[in-house]
Design a protein around this ligand. Structure first.
Ligand code: AMP
Length: 227
């Protein structure tokens, strides 16, 4: 890119209900565009595993499928954003999830002179979510995501990317919790679609198809949002 038109690091937001494929697609965008995926869900699960104060406060809330308090999530995200690798540009996966978080993000970016390149809404039907979520699992070695029906590794139980055989299923990926997570999405997160539309930053993509097909469409959106 011409130095004269170089801009500050890109900030992309992936919006969408649980199971829409935000994590899977964020990982692909991370590879394709050299960005850093920031998943507040991953950061919170790490805090729970490490037994930090934030993790202790978040554990039961996450198990119930509710949203962790804005204060905890904003603090975790702010600290992570301040780490040097984020200067490459970031893809926010699972943040913001409330208007308070969206406004806090605006404030954080304003203080560093950055702006949101695009907030991309992955559109999927609720009926599809339970099937998608209940079949998914992740490689414990590298975080690559898999699915019983939609994306199996070449060798059953072995990660295609890193060869690990340590596969994990999330505790909150069960039918009851998924219902609460969908409810939280519709009540607290879906209003962000209008929020970003109002700022002229909203892009939408039909996320009901094949993973590769969606990735292709997303790549085009991100490429144009980064120019
Ligand atoms: P995820 O991995 O994005 O599906 O998030 C898993 C769980 O972490 C959610 O169901 C929430 O309990 C919590 N969580 C993740 N991100 C946020 C956020 N931005 N705000 C509040 N809670 C969150």
């Amino acid at each position: 890119m011409d130095a004269a038109v170089m801009t500050s690091p890109a900030v992309l937001i992936l919006l969408g209900p649980p199971g829409a494929g935000k994590g899977t697609q964020a990982r692909m965008l991370e590879e394709n565009f050299g960005l850093v995926q920031l998943s507040t869900g991953d950061l919170l699960r790490a805090a729970v595993a490490a037994g930090t104060e934030a993790g202790k406060a978040a554990k039961a809330v996450m198990e119930a499928g509710d949203l962790v308090s804005d204060g905890i999530v904003i603090a975790i995200l702010r600290d992570r954003l301040a780490e040097p690798d984020c200067a490459k540009g970031v893809i926010l996966d699972g943040f913001p999830r409330t208007t308070v978080q969206a406004e806090a993000l605006d404030g954080l970016l304003e203080s560093t002179g950055q702006k949101i390149n695009a907030a991309i809404s992955l559109e999927v039907e609720d009926g599809e979510m339970v099937t998608r979520i209940s079949g998914r699992y992740t490689c414990g070695g590298c975080g690559e995501g898999y699915h019983d029906t939609f994306k199996q590794p070449a060798t059953t139980g072995t990660c295609d990317k890193c060869g690990s055989t340590d596969m994990e299923r999330r505790a909150d990926d069960n039918a009851e919790t998924v219902a609460s997570r969908l409810e939280a999405y519709h009540a607290q997160t879906a209003p962000l679609i209008a929020y970003y539309r109002g700022k002229g930053a909203l892009k939408t993509i039909n996320a009901m198809g094949e993973i590769d097909e969606i990735a292709h469409g997303l790549n085009d959106i991100v490429a144009s949002a980064m120019t």
